[in-house]
Design a protein around this ligand. Structure first.
Ligand SMILES: *Cc1c(COP(=O)(O)O)cnc(C)c1O
Length: 417
């Protein structure tokens, strides 16, 4: 007898997993949009009905996803260059818009050079397995993004002898302890790398970059920041968490005594246009090594040229119109203040545009987000395993595209829940 789809081990255990998720109310339903991402979107529900709803769960922080310049740049690039090169970059896969975008990113972040990938996930997966060698150690905040966790694991496999260290979330004493242990470990003979998210997406809290910089200097470690949730949000002109701490070289308030970040990873799939793409921004030498040796760069295609052109237009718009960042800050402050004063819900404090409301159980968060849909509000509930068990939440995310009226509608719905 041949194994059928219903009797092989994979089919049986998968059915069990899906049924467990279903019966415990943890199944994620993909919500379908039928319009551009903006303050208000058209949604198609599972029964086929269509609804206009306020979207408060996108990372479209600056409202650039549907900006005419961003859209036009993509169309123009598609017309000029076609769909792509049908090649990886080192063979014949690099268009001029890739170089333009990489120059723009380096200028925007404040590094010598930058290199783009199809996603930040991909960029992070390229980084550590390429730059690390046996005898190195990668030290990471325990709440760092999943792509960092996986990149560390991959490094340990590809470059046998690369070590890992984890410190307690944003705990500088714990980070020092892990660094001290690394220093005293005879097997750590190479480079110490320390990586943190700039903005932690589930709480909206930020890493203490000046303190981490000092620690890294003390232990001769390189500081890597994944600032994906900070682009367009943090700092006076939206350069990122480093600008927030006056660590953006060339920025108006730059304080050299705070030091600078050595290496950045980031995404083009959030505030910077929201299409897709990621990057590493660092020294020219590091970027050159990535070009020569990175497995995702050697064996996988470039960011599509249309997306590269759109992302470039998005970053240019941000650089030219920094007032968008203040607009985001104002609407976020209004949202926090209204939730606190008008509803019974607690919203976590944060300098970012992320406003999480903790509700407890995963099923509660999912049920609340379902109910909000009926009130014309699109907010997603996050539960285990994305956040710890018992800390499920509704994560409200603000955009410069929102107005006070959108916030008022959210508050009205929260009151009636
Ligand atoms: C969203 C996010 C990513 C993933 O970005 P993609 O470009 O979608 O792969 C990576 N790191 C952090 C910290 C993020 O928030």
């Amino acid at each position: 007898m041949t194994a059928t789809t219903s009797t092989n081990p994979f089919a049986i255990r998968t059915r069990e997993t899906l049924e467990m998720l279903e019966s415990s109310g943890q199944t994620k339903v993909l919500q379908i949009l039928d319009s551009p991402m903006d303050a208000v979107v058209n949604m198609i529900d599972p029964d086929g009905s269509t609804h206009q709803r306020i979207c408060m769960c996108s990372n479209n922080y600056l409202g650039l996803a549907n900006h005419p310049d961003v859209v036009d740049a993509g169309i123009e690039a598609l017309r000029t260059y076609g769909a792509g090169t049908a090649s990886v970059r080192f063979i014949c896969g690099t268009f001029t818009p890739h170089l333009t975008l990489e120059k723009t990113i380096a200028e925007y972040i404040g590094t010598q050079a930058a290199y783009t990938f199809v996603s930040c996930w991909n960029a992070t997966e390229a980084l550590f397995p390429t730059v690390c060698e046996p005898g190195d150690i990668i030290i990471s905040d325990e709440l760092n993004h999943a792509c960092i966790v996986d990149s560390m694991r991959l490094s340990a496999v590809i470059k046998k002898g690369v070590k890992k260290g984890i410190y307690k979330h944003s705990d500088m004493d714990s980070a020092r302890e892990v660094l001290e242990k690394a220093k005293n470990n005879p097997e750590v003979t190479g480079q110490i790398w320390l990586i943190t998210d700039g903005v932690f997406s589930m709480e909206g809290d930020i890493a203490n970059l000046p303190a981490l910089r000092k620690l890294c200097d003390e232990y001769n470690a390189l500081l890597v920041v994944d600032d994906s949730h900070a682009h367009g949000v943090m700092g006076k002109t939206g350069r990122g968490t480093h600008e927030h701490y006056n660590m953006f070289p060339g920025g108006s308030g730059f304080q050299p005594e705070n030091g600078v970040v050595d290496i950045f990873t980031g995404t083009l799939g959030k505030g910077l246009g929201g299409g897709a793409g990621g990057f590493i921004a660092a020294s020219q030498d590091l970027i050159d090594l990535i070009i020569q040796r990175g497995r995702p760069t050697l064996f996988s295609n470039a960011l599509p040229v249309t997306v590269a052109a759109s992302a470039n237009a998005a970053i240019r718009t941000l650089i030219n119109e920094p007032q968008r960042v203040q607009k985001l800050r104002d609407i976020t402050a209004y949202c926090r203040q209204q939730i606190k004063s008008e509803t019974k819900f607690e919203v976590l404090e944060s300098p970012t545009a992320i406003c999480p409301i903790i509700v407890g159980e995963t099923a509660t968060a999912i049920a609340m987000s379902k109910k909000l849909l009926a009130y014309g509000i699109f907010v997603i509930g996050f539960g285990y395993p994305v956040v710890p068990e018992g800390e499920a939440r509704l994560r409200i995310q603000m955009s410069a595209a929102h107005t006070n009226k959108h916030v008022d509608q959210l508050v009205k719905a929260l009151k009636e829940l």
